[in-house]
Design a protein around this ligand. Structure first.
Ligand SMILES: O=P(O)(O)OC[C@H]1O[C@H](OP(=O)(O)OP(=O)(O)O)[C@H](O)[C@@H]1O
Ligand SMILES: Nc1nc2[nH]cnc2c(=O)[nH]1
Ligand SMILES: [Mg+2]
Length: 167
């Protein structure tokens, strides 16, 4: 599918992200391995780190590792490649492992991550339609032509009042 331009913006505050990541943890309860819960959380850096921290806190998972995938430069995507792998002794083929990312868009990042840990459970906070098939559990869907802005990419700033806007 050709990439749609990102016509809309979806701006997520820290409060909203905290609430949505908690909602993700709530959904994940009971989906862990029957023999004693998740072995570890693997955060996809960098965007997956804040949601992974919140989810691992809620579900009391103390082993947290990372996988680093590089693909986007601003809003332009190149072929994703793994530039840092998690501890192979911890994650194995992904059995009992919970992978967490902030969002899935085209699904290309998760394709690469899933290939490395085929038996893992994949969770994202937000999902766009094209990437949804790559995700086992998510919270909120946004349209493909929406760009999600996270709190770490934004700052509070002054906004001009309506009156005098045409001056
Ligand atoms: O489904 P896809 O189209 O592959 O896109 C999703 C990925 O893109 C963003 O990461 P990005 O590569 O921008 O890196 P970052 O997390 O370090 O900001 C986002 O955090 C996901 O990991
Ligand atoms: N911040 C952000 N990163 C992305 N990477 C791929 N899609 C998105 C998006 O909508 N927002
Ligand atoms: Mg990312």
């Amino acid at each position: 599918m050709d990439r749609l331009p990102h016509e809309k913006g979806f701006h997520v505050s820290w409060d909203q992200l905290h609430r949505d990541a908690r909602a993700l943890a709530w959904r994940l309860q009971g989906h862990g391995p029957a023999d004693g819960g998740w072995k570890a959380v693997v955060a996809i850096t960098r965007g997956g780190m804040a949601p992974a921290m919140i989810v691992s806190r809620e579900l009391d998972i103390r082993t947290v590792d990372t996988i680093s995938v590089k693909s986007y430069n601003h809003q332009t995507q190149a072929e994703p490649r793994i530039i840092k792998s998690p501890d192979a002794e911890v994650v194995g083929d992904g059995t009992g492992i919970l992978i967490v990312d902030d969002l899935v868009d085209t699904g290309k990042t998760l394709e690469v991550v899933r290939a490395a840990m085929p038996n893992a459970h994949v969770a994202t906070v937000y999902a766009k339609p094209q990437g949804k098939p790559q995700v086992d559990t998510f919270v909120t869907e946004v349209s493909q032509d929406t760009w999600i802005f996270f709190p770490w990419d934004m700052a509070l700033q002054y906004v001009k009042p309506y009156h005098g806007a045409d001056d």
